[in-house]
Design a protein around this ligand. Structure first.
Ligand code: ADP
Length: 719
């Protein structure tokens, strides 16, 4: 008899076996309905095999669903990703099918001519309608508009039977990209990079590259050229470009539309579900060549994926930490290997992991040395706040104020970067010292002036700013401590009342549309001074921006995260890299209390190698990534005692292993979230240790009660 193992969306590590009825033909990737207890559940066939007379009484596959099949290599990828991240394969498969779960777009109602029938009375308006329509079908309102008549005229023709209404299923058409539509002429570095990538694609087989070049060096132009050549040799090829932020997608989509004469498909959580379903189906049917998306686009059912680009590959936003825990960049490389495709990781500040792989020769290393054309990198200077401290309750020092004034006088733009949303990060009582904190969560409430509320950035909890101190009852004693972007903007408005200012953060630009609008206004010169968090500091081209002021360059360097230096170096390189383009040189000013900090000195000197060398040496000494590997186990639950108990049991049952240590349990970096206590165990292993194998053996030893949740984070981003 035939047996199918089926991936079911449940938190279990294995597929379930079902008997395949005689008359049913099944293959890997098929979607089926299978009985599970009293109900039917949807699953994906992972394997079909022949067995000889098993005496186990398997239940039978109930139904083969009419849905499109997951391509075999997509199933390979899902299974690999589940093993790598220690997730349930059925839940990974469900993530790959999520796009298909959305409703279909509603069919479109159109009118068309019924045979050759003519109206009994042909008025001028009616003639205009028939003329505008011709032999086609059109939505009624569009037709009325095209003919310049009221919709009543169209309706009259329908009532008379001259026109009929038909419902047309909306099948999204993705126009094939034209590789020769508007080619760019590349500089020699770009051409060499595009050649190497295109050659690897044509050669077939897995080929990973690091595309390494300063901001504005033309990395995007280079990989688009490689994509064009890919499509030229294989018009059915599929190309996936991943970006870390939804706010960056629009600009790239427009560039691709200009380069290829056809817009690519877009895939991220901001795209309406029916639209996502269309993209899913088009990708699976091979009707869509280029996809621009967020990390979840990795799970799309590509049938001929030849080239995968991860732009801004160093960006922590590629790490998904809720639900399925995975790093989009790492899984992109894995998907490339499984699809035998070329993978391009692009960045001006590559992650240490990627640099290490390039150094080891595992990745081809393509370098773009300088900014494209006449553009030069901004001049970066450190502004020592010990020499020029800002006045009390202000955040911009005198030299930075002067620089802003000069920039304004030249009619150029300033970006003030502060990676902190809201008005003030802390609100405290002057009378008793009480800090406003979130209930049930280990975090301070951030004051937002635009909304007049105190907000927990972890959970979204918010409350009106109280009049009385909730602890001592004092009146008017609550003070706002420290700056967020709103407060810096307030200072800017007072200093430069004539300037046009705006704030760009996830509060002022919460969705793709508002972000797009703000970015466009900035790009067109409609804003003089933009105060922004990292949401606006990455990837954008603002041609009139010549001054970047970093309000608090020390911000990211505080705190215990071992990746803090790397992350701050990357973020500040990105932020300062917004200054200056082709005909306008830029400069960046970093306000700091610690100008001797190696990260800041390397930034000011434009010496990435110095930073990387120092940081690599520290990581090597501690055997931390990329020299070793980490995994975090986070236990959480409402009952602190239960969480503690599981944590102790885990600590007491660690399998023997060499070149591997377990630290903890200790409080997790966020020890209390939404009333749930969180404990963490951290595993460090040498690179050649089978870390996942160790984790599987370990977790099999401990039974975790339903009241405690375990999250496994392999290769955590923060450590
Ligand atoms: P990166 O991706 O490295 O930040 P981009 O590809 O966005 O760089 O290029 C930066 C700017 O230079 C863009 O405005 C781009 O249009 C322009 N540019 C890059 N390469 C070329 C080229 N070969 N010809 C004309 N303009 C180019």
């Amino acid at each position: 008899m035939k047996v199918a193992s089926v991936l079911i969306p449940l938190p279990v590590p294995e597929a379930f076996d079902y008997e395949v009825p005689e008359a049913v033909a099944l293959a890997r990737g098929d979607q089926v309905a299978v009985p599970l207890g009293p109900r039917l559940i949807r699953g994906v066939v992972a394997e079909v095999r022949e067995t000889t007379g098993s005496n186990r009484r398997l239940k039978a596959v109930e139904q083969v669903l009419d849905d499109p099949r997951l391509p075999e290599r997509t199933v390979d990828f899902v299974e690999w990703a589940a093993r790598w991240t220690l997730s349930a394969p059925g839940e990974m498969a469900a993530a790959a099918l999520k796009g298909l779960r959305a409703p279909r777009p509603r069919p479109e109602r159109r009118v068309r001519r019924v045979g050759e029938r003519s109206p009994a009375k042909l008025t001028a308006a009616r003639a205009a309608v028939l003329e505008a329509l011709g032999p086609r079908s059109m939505p009624g309102p569009d037709l009325a508009r095209a003919a310049g008549v009221s919709s009543g005229v169209v309706k009259g023709l329908v009532d008379e039977g001259v026109l009929e209404v038909v419902e047309i299923e909306a099948v999204a058409a993705f126009d094939p990209p034209d590789p020769d539509h508007a080619p760019a002429s590349l500089n020699p570095d770009q051409a060499a990079a595009a050649d190497a990538i295109a050659e690897a694609v044509t050669g077939g087989g897995f080929a990973p590259f690091l595309l390494d070049g300063v901001t504005g060096s033309g990395k995007t132009e280079a990989y688009l050229e490689a994509a064009a050549r890919t499509l030229k040799t294989d018009p059915a090829a599929q190309v996936l470009i991943l970006l870390p932020e939804i706010a960056l997608t629009q600009a790239l989509i427009e560039r691709i539309a200009a380069r290829f004469g056809a817009a690519p498909a877009e895939w991220h959580s901001g795209v309406a579900p029916p639209k996502r379903r269309q993209v899913w189906e088009a990708v699976q049917a091979g009707r869509c060549n280029i996809v621009v998306g967020a990390r979840s686009a990795l799970f799309l059912p590509f049938v001929n994926l030849r080239l995968l680009v991860v732009d801004e590959e160093h960006d922590g936003s590629f790490k998904q930490e809720e639900g399925l825990v995975y790093h989009g960049r790492d899984l992109a490389v894995a998907r490339g290997r499984i699809e035998a495709a070329t993978v391009v990781l692009a960045s001006a500040t590559p992650s240490l992991e990627t640099l290490w792989n390039a150094h080891q020769g595992r990745y081809g290393w393509l370098k773009l040395a300088a900014r494209h054309g006449a553009a030069v990198l901004p001049q970066i200077s450190l502004l020592d706040l010990r020499q020029a401290p800002p006045d009390p309750q202000t955040w911009l020092s005198q030299p930075l104020r002067e620089a802003i004034g000069e920039t304004l006088a030249r009619g150029e733009q300033t970006l003030l970067f502060l990676n902190r949303r809201g008005y003030a990060p802390v609100v405290l009582c002057r009378a008793c010292g009480h800090r406003m904190t979130a209930p049930d969560t280990d975090s301070w409430l951030v004051e937002h002036r635009y909304t007049g509320r105190l907000v927990c950035h972890l959970t979204g909890f918010s409350m009106v700013r109280p009049k009385l101190c909730p602890s001592c009852g004092a009146e008017d004693s609550l003070v706002s401590v420290g700056p967020g972007v709103e407060r810096v903007e307030e200072e800017v408005r007072q200093l430069f009342p004539e300037a046009r200012t705006a704030v760009f953060s996830s509060d002022t630009a919460p969705d793709g549309k508002s972000a797009r609008a703000l970015i466009q206004t900035m790009a067109e010169g409609g804003i003089d001074i933009l105060v922004a968090t990292q949401a606006a500091a990455k990837g954008h081209n603002f041609p009139h921006l010549t001054l970047v002021g970093v309000v608090d360059a020390d911000l990211g360097l505080r705190g215990g995260d071992l990746r803090a230096a790397e992350r701050t170096f990357q973020l500040l390189t990105q932020a300062t890299g917004r200054a200056g383009r082709a005909d306008k040189p830029g400069r960046a000013v970093l306000q700091t209390w610690t100008p001797e900090h190696p990260v800041l000195m390397a930034l000011a000197a434009g010496d990435r190698d110095a930073f990387v060398e120092a940081e690599m040496a520290e990581r090597e000494a501690a055997s931390l990534p990329p020299y070793g590997r980490l995994a975090a186990l986070i236990l959480s639950g409402e009952n602190a005692a239960a969480v503690d108990k599981v944590a102790r049991e885990l600590a007491g049952s660690i399998p023997n292993a060499e070149r591997l240590e377990v630290y903890g349990p200790a409080d997790a970096p966020l020890a209390l979230v939404r009333g749930r206590r969180r404990k963490r165990l951290l595993v460090r292993a040498d690179r050649d240790v089978d870390l996942q194998g160790f984790l599987r053996a370990w977790l099999a030893r401990v039974k975790i009660p339903a009241s405690v949740r375990l999250n496994v984070d392999v290769d955590p981003y923060s450590f």
